[in-house]
Design a binder for this molecule. Structure first.
Ligand SMILES: *Cc1c(COP(=O)(O)O)cnc(C)c1O
Length: 394
């Protein structure tokens, strides 16, 4: 059966993904099982998505209840889950309004459109340009790949959209020089995820905020990967003591159901009036019921606070590992968004860890990324460290 599934998939699904040769069938907490009955402790979590782990009983229940009540009606009507979710997001963030889409890329599309519309409404239609960061990742649609600072994402898709320029992450002088009177926004991740778990320098986000204020451009934070408790606070920018004008969320927002959200202050969100933007599926009752339950659990059960402690423990363990293995050049990240950089290719370690029962993934070729469910236990981290210890010794 496993072979048949893999063989069929390779024939009928677009070949855009290089998959590992396992067929995952079910999960529970931080564990997933494949069709051969093998179990894996999941330090990928669907790429920082399943923040409460797999098959969480409260989420499963919320989805089942909503599925048997109302799945979709369009945004021609009000619904309770969408309203409640927006209210809770506003309550727990800097933002006043939320626009819902279905993915990270869509959330960023909305942010890009809003930034342009904001200046257009203010009689400054020439302000259309966005300064983004080198090595960033904002998605795979035409606008968001154009906003992405990695050539490999754009290759073969010319002409990419104009209006985006790039400066090195953490280089405030380059950013200041790149902003001109045609700039509408600066767009960045508070920690670069796909770029290799790259953290901002201690003052960088504050400097970006001050620069944006001084030059009257909007600050867009892409918290699609860093948000929803991933870094030890609900949103990563809380560490830096700044708030953006626009923030995008997706990945962990509904613990695995497809959702994206763009949040903004009232002043900025006012540019999204009737008809300015829309999405058929955006904020549909089913996914917003899942997201609402996810956010409630994160808050009520103090998952974020606990994950901060687990993240510190993980960080210390990775640094001890670094002392034992000269191949490790750096440990980076925050909370439960951690990276282990090696002095050479790291992708060949991924299948070895998989054989030993651990799902991890590799970014930028040389960095192992760990983004487990926020409910990961210390003993699960201990076992991963033991696995890495063995694998790196070989
Ligand atoms: C994953 C990711 C995206 C894209 O999200 P999709 O849901 O795949 O469209 C955008 N920005 C960041 C920072 C991401 O990590």
């Amino acid at each position: 059966m496993t072979e048949t599934i893999m063989h069929t998939a390779d024939q009928v699904i677009a070949a855009t993904y290089k998959r590992f040769p396992i067929v995952l069938e079910r999960g529970r907490g931080c564990t997933v099982w494949d069709t051969r009955g093998r179990r894996y402790t999941d330090f990928v979590a669907g790429i920082a998505v399943c923040c409460l782990g797999h098959a969480h009983p409260r989420i499963a229940d919320a989805v089942a209840r909503q599925a048997s009540q109302l799945v979709h009606v369009s945004n021609l009507y009000y619904t309770i889950p969408q309203t409640e979710l927006a209210r809770l997001l506003v309550e727990h963030s800097f933002a006043d309004r939320v626009f819902f889409g279905n993915s990270g890329a869509e959330a960023n599309e909305a942010a890009i459109k809003l930034a342009r519309k904001y200046f257009n409404d203010r009689g400054k239609p020439e302000r259309t340009r966005i300064v983004s960061m080198e090595n960033s990742f904002h998605g795979r649609t035409m606008a968001t790949l154009s906003a992405t600072g990695q050539d490999k994402i754009k290759k073969g898709f010319d002409p990419v959209l104009g209006g985006f320029s790039f400066v090195p992450f953490n280089d405030i002088d380059a950013l200041a020089a790149a902003i001109d009177d045609r700039t509408c926004a600066v767009m960045l991740e508070p920690i670069q995820g796909e770029g290799g778990i790259r953290c901002p320098d201690p003052q960088f986000l504050q400097q970006v905020r001050e620069l944006c204020d001084r030059r009257e451009v909007l600050m867009i934070l892409d918290e699609i990967q860093t948000g929803m408790g991933r870094t030890g606070t609900l949103f990563a920018h809380e560490h830096d003591g700044v708030t953006p004008d626009i923030m995008t969320l997706a990945k962990a927002l509904a613990n695995g159901l497809p959702i994206g959200a763009m949040l903004a202050t009232e002043r900025v969100a006012a540019a999204f009036g009737f008809g300015a933007h829309a999405s058929t599926f955006g904020g549909t009752p089913l996914v917003t019921a899942a997201a609402l339950e996810t956010l409630k659990i994160l808050v009520e059960e103090k998952v974020v606070e606990r994950s901060r402690e687990t993240g510190d423990y993980f960080w210390a363990a990775l640094n001890q590992l670094k002392q034992r293995h000269s191949r490790i050049t750096e440990v980076r990240g925050r909370g439960l968004m951690l990276g282990l950089q090696l002095d050479g290719p790291a992708d060949d370690l991924v299948p070895v860890c998989m054989q030993k029962g651990f799902l991890v993934n590799c970014v930028q070729g040389d960095t192992l990324r760990f983004v487990p469910p926020l409910i990961v236990e210390k003993n699960e981290i201990d076992l991963l460290i033991q696995c890495l210890d063995e694998v790196l010794a070989q």
